[in-house]
Design a binder for this molecule. Structure first.
Ligand SMILES: CC(C)(COP(=O)(O)OP(=O)(O)OC[C@H]1O[C@@H](n2cnc3c(N)ncnc32)[C@H](O)[C@@H]1OP(=O)(O)O)[C@@H](O)C(=O)NCCC(=O)NCCS
Length: 222
């Protein structure tokens, strides 16, 4: 898997985006941005990584056959400015080879609240199900990270439970919501019985279908 193929899309507000592999010279910019507390506090990173650690992480991703990662860039003509990262990876390829875990960091806070997570989640979801044909994607959100929870639920993730006393943010213990996104085309294969589905599973399925429909119309896989 490693890096995902290039996708071009536009947010609802008309901002042009590209999701593509990183260029080697962009590593220092990521490192600079990831030294901001507000960017890291909800991703359980409670220290500033060195450039070498960021380089090693990127090297690891590019060689990991179970990982898909994109640099999220804002497009302005020919210019593409990296502002974040989104990914999924198969965390347990032996026991759960078709269930991925997803994550996102928009490391330039200037771009928060502009619908970028919402748009790139749709692209990532489409890629996971239409290109990689995965069964499901899991994620998680630390309580207090409202934008993250909203953007994930909007594309079809549903809450399946809570991990209590998960981590500290701003000096206080926080719980964590577990989230699940099931490939709507493989629904019956995933749920062995409709009885074990969370109450709002069908609603989440409808939201996922609408995500995939949007993506079919609005994403170019280049
Ligand atoms: C969390 C994060 C990914 C959200 O990305 P974003 O591009 O700002 O999100 P969007 O603009 O698509 O917003 C999604 C929704 O949440 C709302 N929202 C965004 N930030 C919010 C905030 N701080 N408080 C309340 N609502 C917020 C938006 O208004 C939007 O709602 P709408 O769909 O009803 O209009 C981004 O802030 C980020 O990268 N933070 C740092 C790292 C992080 O927390 N990663 C996620 C870990 S789970």
């Amino acid at each position: 898997m490693a890096f995902g193929f290039r996708m071009e899309l536009t947010t609802n507000a008309g901002l042009g985006l590209v999701m593509r592999p990183y260029l080697p010279e962009e590593v220092k910019d990521i490192w600079g941005s990831m030294s901001q507390y507000d960017v890291c506090k909800y991703i359980r990173l409670d220290y500033v990584q060195s450039v070498t650690q960021v380089e090693a992480w990127l090297e690891g991703v590019s060689n990991d056959p179970h990982s898909r990662l994109w640099s999220i860039c804002v497009r302005d003509g020919e210019k593409e400015t990296p502002i974040g990262t989104t990914n999924y990876n198969i965390a347990d390829p032996t026991m759960r080879p078709e269930v991925a875990e997803s994550g996102i960091v928009i490391y330039n806070p200037k771009y928060w609240g502009q619908g970028i997570a919402s748009a790139t989640h749709r692209a990532r979801t489409w890629y996971a199900f239409q290109i990689d044909g995965l069964l499901a994607v899991e994620s998680g959100v630390i309580h207090g990270n409202i934008g993250s929870l909203k953007s994930l639920e909007a594309v079809g993730y549903m809450r399946t439970g809570t991990r209590y006393h998960f981590t500290k943010v701003d000096g206080l213990w926080r719980d964590h919501d577990n989230l699940l996104l099931v490939n709507p085309a493989r629904w019956d294969e995933f749920w062995s019985s409709s009885k074990n589905q969370p109450e709002d599973a069908e609603k989440a399925r409808v939201r996922t279908y609408s995500t995939l429909e949007w993506a079919e119309k609005n994403i170019s896989l280049v």
